[in-house]
Write a protein that binds this ligand. Sequence first.
Ligand SMILES: Nc1nc2c(c(=O)[nH]1)N[C@H]1C(S)=C(S)[C@@H](COP(=O)(O)O)O[C@H]1N2
Ligand SMILES: [Mo]
Length: 338
Amino acid sequence: RSLNGSRGRDAVASRDNVLLPAPGSPATPVPGGAGLRIPGVSPFVTPTKDFYRVDTALVVPKVDATTWRLRIHGKGVTRPVSLSFDDLLRRSLIERDITLTCVSNEVGGPYVGNARWIGVRLADLLAECGVTPPSKGGPADQLVARSVDGMTIGSPVDDVMDGRDALLAVGMNGRPLPFEHGFPVRMVVPGLYGYVSACKWIQDLELTTFDAYDPYWVKRDWARRAPVKTQSRIDTPKPFARPRAGTVMVAGVAWAQHRGVREVEVRVDDGPWQRARLAAEDTVDTWRQWSFPWEATKGGHTLTVRATDGTGQVQTAQRARTIPDGASGRHSVVVTVD
Ligand SMILES: Nc1nc2c(c(=O)[nH]1)N[C@H]1C(S)=C(S)[C@@H](COP(=O)(O)O)O[C@H]1N2
Ligand SMILES: [Mo]
């Protein structure tokens, strides 16, 4: 009742009143060639209404931004702070395109999306609080985020402070965060699965150690550390499609956040790996579309895709389940060509 009654109305009003400032550091423009305009391929920027949602909330928390606060404290924090939403908006904001992925995404699954986020650079804020990453001698190696609904999410302090664009996001695709995606503030860290980085409805950041504290999903046997695994997905044709013989456009997306995607290859049945055409790269933190014009011959065929990340590592064929640290293996689609 308290979430959806009068307090809920205050929250809605507070969201309606948010005016996102222009970012001090805008995102690099998305290259024109990042979207291939092939029917059936996931759009480069996922429309907010289509962005996957994964959380444990039975009722979406409705937080009033005017009374919201974020506390930063814990091991090695020499200047703890409590910040209001306006304190965050008064800072110079950065805007970045970042692809988010869920660790529970099966190979070929839907729990991945790409959005334009705007927010505060988390590393700067932590540095102002006196935080030193463990690789530079700091005492805390885990940053635990707590949400208003009791979720706890732990990220490596070294990752958050290594120069990547880890954000306390206040906006998504040019608008204040939707309630479903964490209004008023959430974390986004390129390269880490959501359950170890992307706390929605955040209200507390505690510096601690991996030895001292296990967050929610780690208590349930998921891994303490979970960088995103290199993956690729065939968006078109769909499984069991019946395309006509001739040129069939095979296309999809590939992601390896913070390493980037260097190459995508497609294999027809047990044939050789053939290089797909890659759409222009936006940043190493975003997914990349790819396409492969296939000269399809009549009969049943299996199409398989694999990506190579920016470090030269080829996406593994080794099948792994989602638990404990993300699915691996290669996505295949079976079609019948008429
Ligand atoms: N408070 C809270 N934050 C959360 C979660 C949650 O259950 N509660 N789920 C996490 C998981 S597992 C993922 S993959 C991302 C999903 O973010 P989205 O729903 O905006 O796509 O949010 C993360 N943040
Ligand atoms: Mo997730």
